[in-house]
Design a protein around this ligand. Structure first.
Ligand code: GUN
Length: 280
């Protein structure tokens, strides 16, 4: 079987276009535009690339974007003061603190200090709690992007066996809950799982979010499975995901490319979350 591509680049562009139209409408009504504040601490090269993409995407749809680039030595108290300031700034609808933070800063306390209504990452314990209990809150951008893309291609989850590789707060845990919410039967595999292939071989849909280049190979997957690749690994040959794309595209029914799959969807969902925060 040759897989159909789940085109995140195209789908994300459609989302961005709709948001840009909505921003024009808001401007026309004199209601102002959504504002996103992004904070990056230190010099992590990958984080700088991601933050640059987020800023560019904000500007392209007409949002106000405020970037705070802080030095590596920033203290926890300094960062907490900035968060407090942004919480109280009416021009800022969304706050995003790029992770990972330097080791001397406690990320959990920083995330918990963000007003849940401005937490466009959906990482605040209140939003995470809402997700787990099935209440409406802000959903984290990457799993929200996965759900959006699957829906766009009419891929049903009800009754399906879903296997999630990775148990991070950013992807693995939330997507497992979102899949359960759609009545899939979900297994979460991680670094301590024994015989991972015994789970993946049974899966109708697999989400790979473990940060290991080309980890999921064709022998681990059944014919016709849906493959969602969240990995972004920099190898000499270029960017590759967590799945062996070349082999799996001949075996899967649907597969996301890297780049051009989940990456652009994540950014589009950040814009959507910021618009929703503004409208509330
Ligand atoms: N680091 C990697 N992914 C993300 C994300 O979605 N949001 C934030 N804030 N940091 C990240």
């Amino acid at each position: 079987m040759t897989a159909r591509l789940l085109d995140g680049k195209k789908t994300a562009a459609l989302v961005r276009d709709k948001i840009a139209v909505e921003v024009e409408r808001l401007k026309g009504e004199g209601r102002g535009v959504p504002g996103l504040a992004v904070v990056i601490v230190g010099e992590n090269p990958a984080s700088r690339v991601y933050v640059g993409q987020k800023e560019k995407a904000c500007k392209a749809v007409g949002f106000d974007s405020i970037l705070h680039r802080l030095p590596e030595e920033t203290t926890q108290d300094e960062l907490l003061s900035l968060v407090e300031e942004m919480n109280n700034d009416p021009r800022i609808d969304g706050i995003l603190v790029q992770l990972p933070l330097p080791r001397h800063i406690n990320s959990d306390s920083i995330i918990a200090a963000i007003k849940p209504e401005k937490d466009v990452d959906g990482f605040h314990p209140i939003n995470m709690g809402k997700l787990v209990t099935g209440l409406k809150g802000t959903e984290p951008c990457t799993p929200k992007g996965i759900m959006y893309l699957l829906n766009e291609y009419g891929i049903e989850l009800e009754g399906k066996r879903a296997v999630v590789l990775g148990r991070s707060n950013i992807v693995g845990k939330p997507i497992a809950h979102m899949f359960m919410g759609k009545n899939a039967t979900v297994t979460v595999c991680h670094s301590r799982t024994k015989d991972m292939a015994s789970y993946t071989k049974e899966a109708d849909i697999i989400v790979a979010a473990i940060g290991k280049a080309k980890f999921l190979t064709a022998d681990m997957v059944k014919e016709g499975a849906v493959i969602v690749d969240v990995g972004i690994n920099r190898l000499e040959e270029g960017l590759v995901g967590d799945v062996d794309f070349e082999a799996l595209k001949e075996k899967a029914s649907y597969i996301t490319p890297v780049p051009g799959g989940i990456g652009p969807m994540t950014i589009a969902m950040l814009l959507l979350n910021t618009l929703e925060a503004f409208e509330q």
